[in-house]
Design a protein around this ligand. Structure first.
Ligand SMILES: Cc1cc2nc3c(=O)[nH]c(=O)nc-3n(C[C@H](O)[C@H](O)[C@H](O)COP(=O)(O)OP(=O)(O)OC[C@H]3O[C@@H](n4cnc5c(N)ncnc54)[C@H](O)[C@@H]3O)c2cc1C
Length: 389
């Protein structure tokens, strides 16, 4: 994990404290981390990726990953809220028109705009590059009526990046990414959120109806593919993996603290071969993901936009997502076996392994691993040389 600069670390500290204090309650009630978001707003962290010329913190992708990872040590839901907001901000920074950037980014930097993500659609599931929602151009406006089955923090977001077909699209792949503020549309929450894990993300079904100015399309109309390849998919996979890794590392750290406590040392033999092997396996899984995450983030920083469209890079970033989503839950699973029923399986224990495991169960589903394996199989066929980046 890349260390944060001292100024950023200082901003983050109170946010981590707030997130930690409310994590168990948000999980229990399946409630959004409202206090955590308020702390993110006032710390300036919502503007982490906003360039300094718009008043932001001018942070880097590795900064985003470190902050997400540290937050996820306490609360994976709050970390996801933060990481996904960062992904939306990066899309605006790199693909919105200058006029839109000037209008929006200073408000993100001030903490006034928390951005929700609307890409999943009933019927097409998680597939990013298609949509079944038509839109209509009316003068300078784009009219839309978009159902969204799952929007993290949707009831709390101030604005959204929404995918839908470009006006006049002739195929389901001509998708636009549209920026819309809450008060520009009729925004309805259609239901609740009562899942196994990630309960604090409060990821609700929603409907967005109305019209937004045409200049709020991010990137060229119908060309969401370019935004996806350049920013959206890489930051999703990097950001999610950082969250999963943080949760697994936090779980291991808490477990080690317990094992080394005087009370526990009286009860357990720390030289037990079974215990040592399980610890080793958990650590190995975590270090594997850490190495892959940091390598993938480094490679991302060196690539041109054209290279980000190439098979070797896409294979790597997809493999990061699949690997992290498998190894992080597996590491926590080892820890549950290691500490046993009381510390590992009961709810509301200090180790919070049960919550970590429930949260991490979402990882393979959050953009289905099956989809990524199919994509990587096809990409492998395109890269006969097996170019490793
Ligand atoms: C905690 C959490 C928060 C989320 N927040 C948001 C959010 O804020 N905004 C948002 O838009 N989305 C969000 N999502 C949705 C997420 O990004 C995925 O789109 C979603 O999890 C996929 O849902 P699905 O499994 O029902 O659909 P699908 O991706 O359609 O997958 C369903 C099943 O069908 C199979 N399958 C279907 N099609 C294919 C295919 N072509 N190739 C291979 N296998 C296939 C897969 O095996 C999969 O198991 C969130 C998800 C989670 C878990």
């Amino acid at each position: 994990m890349r260390a944060l600069g001292p100024a950023l670390a200082e901003r983050l500290e109170p946010v981590l404290g707030t997130v930690e204090r409310h994590a168990a309650e948000c999980d229990e009630k399946a409630a959004f981390p409202t206090q955590g978001l308020t702390a993110m707003r006032s710390s300036g962290l919502l503007g982490l990726l906003v360039p300094a010329r718009y008043g932001g913190l001018d942070g880097t992708v590795p900064d985003l990953l470190t902050v997400s990872q540290l937050m996820a040590r306490q609360d994976m839901s709050a970390a996801m809220v933060f990481a996904m907001h960062g992904q939306q901000v990066a899309a605006l920074v790199h693909h919105a028109s200058e006029e839109l950037r000037e209008r929006v980014l200073p408000r993100v930097a001030r903490g006034d705009l928390y951005l929700g993500s609307v890409t999943t659609e009933a019927g097409k599931g998680g597939h990013l590059l298609s949509s079944g929602t038509a839109t209509r151009r009316e003068g300078d406006l784009i009219e839309l009526d978009r159902m969204a089955p799952i929007v993290t923090g949707g009831a709390h977001a101030d604005a959204y990046l929404i995918t839908a077909l470009a006006p006049g699209a002739t195929s389901e792949g001509q998708v636009s990414l549209v920026y819309a503020e809450r008060d520009q549309l009729d925004v309805q929450v259609l239901g609740g959120w009562d899942p196994m894990g990630m309960r604090g993300t409060h990821s609700v079904p929603m409907r967005f109806t109305g019209a937004v100015p045409h200049d709020q399309v991010v990137g060229a109309p119908g060309d969401f593919r370019r935004v996806t390849v350049d920013v959206f998919a890489p930051l999703a996979h990097l950001g999610w993996s950082a969250c999963w890794l943080g949760t697994a590392a936090g779980a291991l750290s808490r477990t080690l603290r317990l094992l080394r406590s005087p009370e526990e040392r009286r009860r357990r033999d720390l030289k037990s071969e079974l215990l040592l092997t399980r610890l080793s396996r958990a650590r190995q899984r975590i270090d594997t993901v850490q190495a892959m995450l940091s390598h993938t983030a480094d490679v991302y920083g060196t690539l041109s936009e054209r290279e980000r469209g190439g098979a070797p890079w896409q294979l790597l970033v997809n493999a990061l997502k699949v690997t992290a989503s498998e190894q992080c839950p597996a590491a926590v699973e080892e820890l549950v076996e290691l500490v046993g029923l009381r510390h590992g399986y009961l709810r509301n224990q200090p180790l919070a392994l049960e919550r970590a495991l429930r949260d991490l169960r979402s990882a393979s589903l959050n953009y289905g691993n099956d989809r990524l394996h199919l994509a990587n199989g096809s990409l492998s066929l395109l890269d006969q040389e097996t170019t490793l980046v």
